[in-house]
Design a protein around this ligand. Structure first.
Ligand code: C2E
Ligand code: CA
Ligand code: CA
Ligand code: CA
Length: 278
């Protein structure tokens, strides 16, 4: 038993080493990747379900590494968070999103671009100044920006965050809660934060039509949000039946493969021209 335990331990530690080696390699590769321009944004359209109008897009970060191929944000964002690289990356995301918002705003006023903000980025002491500086440098209209925070990020330092979020609102930005329903069970925070919208996590949308629990949760989120005068955005909408369900229950907006997958900025320019009613 003893030797088995030892062999098991060695196997485990070898596996751990491989995971760690990839981690370290990606961590180093990221800095080079940034310098080489390997990071760029994709944009996924968001639609208003009542007016059937295009409202904007969520910016989603992509990394096409010369060394590692395409690396997904679910893998590299947590690494960037833990090594602090998220600060540089977050600035790139904000700046690129603002520049695109300016471009699209020229022929489609009112179009908004949603940007994901990570916890460590938000907690950085000069986050507000960074946002203000990028807004100024790019000349973006703050009302065309929507910042997405997860519940856990908002709750981490609740009192401090109220002030930071209020400052962002004061600048004119929209604020939304991402992945709603997957984090904190307390809903109390919703009334204390200056939030405009909540995004129903796609884990509830996926089986909406076949799973009555998911349907009940989605329905409850929509009606609660509306009672609190918050807008509701459904993410991960893939089919007709999901869309019908959401329209019937007055969900405000939706995004997902049903409408379009995330696409390069140039493609979204074409998409805006095709679908926006000027
Ligand atoms: P998220 O914010 O929940 O983004 C939505 C994810 O769902 C995206 O994955 C998107 O491509 C995917 N998706 C969209 N429509 C559908 C659909 O109909 N079906 C399915 N199955 N999936 C759909 P992606 O682009 O891989 O991003 C994953 C996560 O990485 C994001 O989840 C977000 O948490 C994070 N992320 C992405 N870009 C950024 C960024 O610029 N900054 C930060 N901090 N995080 C980011
Ligand atoms: Ca998001
Ligand atoms: Ca989400
Ligand atoms: Ca997510």
């Amino acid at each position: 038993a003893k030797s088995q335990g030892k062999a098991g331990y060695q196997f485990f530690s070898q596996e751990m080493n491989q995971v760690n080696m990839r981690r370290v390699a990606l961590e180093n590769g990221m800095r080079q990747g940034l310098a080489r321009g390997e990071f760029y944004l994709y944009f996924q359209p968001q639609w208003d379900l009542k007016s059937l109008r295009l409202t904007g897009a969520e910016a989603l970060l992509r990394w096409h590494s010369a060394e590692f191929g395409v690396v997904g944000p679910d893998e590299f964002i947590p690494i960037a968070e833990s090594c602090g690289f998220i600060f540089d990356l977050g600035e790139l995301v904000l700046r690129e999103a603002c520049l695109h918002a300016v471009e699209w705003g020229r022929f489609c006023p009112g179009l908004k671009v949603a940007v994901n903000i990570s916890g460590r980025q938000f907690r950085q002491p000069d986050f507000l100044e960074t946002v203000a500086r990028i807004v100024q440098e790019t000349g973006v209209r703050p009302s065309s920006l929507e910042l997405e925070f997860t519940e856990s990020v908002i709750m981490e330092r609740a009192e401090k965050n109220v002030h930071a979020l209020q400052a962002l609102k004061k600048m004119g930005m929209k604020l939304s809660i991402d992945d709603f329903g997957t984090g904190y069970s307390s809903l109390n925070y919703l009334k204390h934060f200056p939030i405009d919208a909540i995004k129903i996590d796609r884990s509830f949308i996926a089986d909406l039509v076949t799973d009555s629990d998911d349907a009940a949760i989605a329905e409850a989120i929509i009606s609660m949000a509306h009672s609190l005068k918050l807008k509701v955005i459904a993410e991960g909408v893939e089919g007709d039946a999901q869309l019908d369900f959401l329209v019937e229950r007055s969900c405000d907006e939706a995004q997902g493969f049903y409408f379009a997958p995330p696409m390069p900025g140039e493609d979204f320019t074409g998409y805006v021209k095709r679908f926006s009613v000027a």
